[in-house]
Every structure is written in C-alpha cells, then in structure tokens.
Write a protein that binds this ligand. Structure first.
Ligand code: DGL
Length: 266
C-alpha cells in the first residue's frame, strides 16, 4: 500500500475549490494538487470538442508528471462530456461531478431550479438526468456565465453585488423550492445565493457526494495515506500570471502560490 495518495482536482477556474473543500474536510490526510485551465475559461462557452481535447491533454499529462493516484474533475461542464474519454486513457480512478438533480427531486415539493453554465443546461447528459430523476417535479433551467465570473471575482477579493445577483437569479425567484448549484463555482457564493432566494429555498450541490465517492474509491483501490503535505501545489494553464489577489484567496484554502502548467508543455 502506498503511504501518501496524490489527488488531482481539476476545473476551469476556482470553482473546483468548493469540491476540494468538501473532500479535504472528509480526508485531511491526503496530498492535493489543483490544476485549473483558466487559459480556456469559461468552459461553459467552449465548443465540446475543444473542451474534450484540452481536458484530456492537460489532465493526462499532469497525472503522469506528478504521479497522481486519483483524478477529480471538479467541473460539471467538463464532466458531462469528458469522463468517457479520460477513463479510456487513464488507469487511475476518475471521479466526475454532475448536477445534483436526484437529491433535489427527492426533497422538492414544487419546482427545482437548475443553475449551471450555458453549456451544462444544454447538454444531453443533463436532460437525461432530469428525465430519469425528476419526471414529476418541473425543473427550470438557468444557464449563466456571469455567476461563474462573480465567484472568480469573490475569490480575488471583490465584494459580491447582491443587486446584480438578484438580477441574474431573477427568473427563478419565488418560482422554486430547491435550487441545484450545478456549477462548482456556485457553492463559493452559497450565502449570497441563499440571501437572494430566502430561507424557504433549499440549495443543493454535489460536493459531499463527491467526497464520499473519493473515500470509497481510495478503499476499493487500496490507496492509503499517512500524512498531509501543506501547502498544496496549484497550477494554472495561463501565462502571464495575473498577480497577487488570487494567490491571497488561494492561500486561505491551503495552497502555495500558483505555478504554471501550460497546454503546449503538456
Ligand atoms: N466550474 C465549472 C462547472 O462546474 C465551469 C465554469 C466555467 O468555466 O464556465 O461547470
């Protein structure tokens, strides 16, 4: 059995940190590596074939280079189309995240709001999930990149404008009793979104389910762990690097300053 598991968390930006937090809470004794493809951000507006090619190239090459034991694609937009290709290439376990329609349907009495990226709300995968798990509860779709950017800005220290948030979420206000945060960026705005919808609306996301899945897979694959290495390493695909505001935000999550991992070097 290995003594220290290296877990890769991948997203287009800082959204995967919401998943990282849940996993790290549950499994603090692992070593985490975070890679974000901000050169191609936002993923919610990218052509599927470009997205598949970027994610497979970047992830497969960092897995090899850093001896990664398990991959978490902490991005709904990517997970809804890229998981089969990744699992074909990689021998390590790959965990994905998809919108939490199933748990939402089990608690909703009225209507569900699915808030995700423009790409995720259009994906066949998402529509199949809705058909499978929420046939009797209506699901209202809201695709937005602005909310993704607001989460990015918050991590860089910018205050969230609640009035603007009200405008973005407007089509769902007073229409739903459960909101699915179907993009990993959105739990970073959990409190602000709750303020806009009010306490009668339950917010659900997939973070905890992913953490449990990672724990199960570690056991199943006999991957052990012994001690944590902190700060964790974090890599960005973009150059030149944008500066200190983001590093300060990332430091609060336990990461050292961002290093680069470019697609052309992958
Ligand atoms: N965090 C991502 C998701 O879960 C994608 C955000 C974006 O780059 O559009 O879908």
């Amino acid at each position: 059995m290995k003594t220290l598991a290296n877990i890769l968390i991948f997203d287009s930006g800082v959204g995967g940190l919401s998943v990282f937090q849940k996993i790290q809470n549950q499994l603090p004794m692992l070593n985490y590596v975070y890679l974000f493809d901000n050169e191609a951000y936002p993923y919610g507006e990218l052509k599927p074939e470009i997205l598949i090619s970027r994610v497979t190239t970047l992830v497969c090459s960092i897995v090899k280079r850093l001896n990664i034991d398990m991959v978490v694609i902490a991005c709904n937009t990517a997970s809804t189309i890229v998981l089969p290709a990744l699992r074909d290439i990689l021998t390590v376990p790959v965990v994905g995240v998809v919108p939490a329609i199933k748990p939402a349907a089990s608690i909703s009495q009225k209507a569900i709001g699915l808030i995700a990226t423009p790409a995720t709300v259009e994906r066949q995968y998402t529509h199949d999930l809705i058909k499978q798990y929420s046939s009797s509860i209506p699901v209202r779709l809201l695709g937005t990149t602005r909310l993704v950017t607001m989460a990015e800005e918050k991590l860089r220290g910018k205050a969230v404008d609640i009035e603007e948030l009200k405008g973005v979420l407007g089509p769902l206000i007073d229409q739903i009793d459960v909101a699915v945060l179907g993009c990993t960026h959105f739990p970073l705005l959990h409190n602000e979104i709750q303020t806009v919808f009010g306490s009668d609306v339950t917010l659900v996301d997939s973070g905890l389910a992913i953490a449990k899945r990672v724990e199960d897979l570690l056991q199943l694959n006999n991957i052990g762990f012994q001690k944590k290495q902190k700060p964790y390493a974090i890599y960005s695909s973009a150059t030149p690097w944008e500066g200190v505001a983001l590093n300060n935000g990332l430091q609060q999550f336990g990461f050292s300053p961002v290093q680069t991992f470019r697609l052309q070097d992958a």
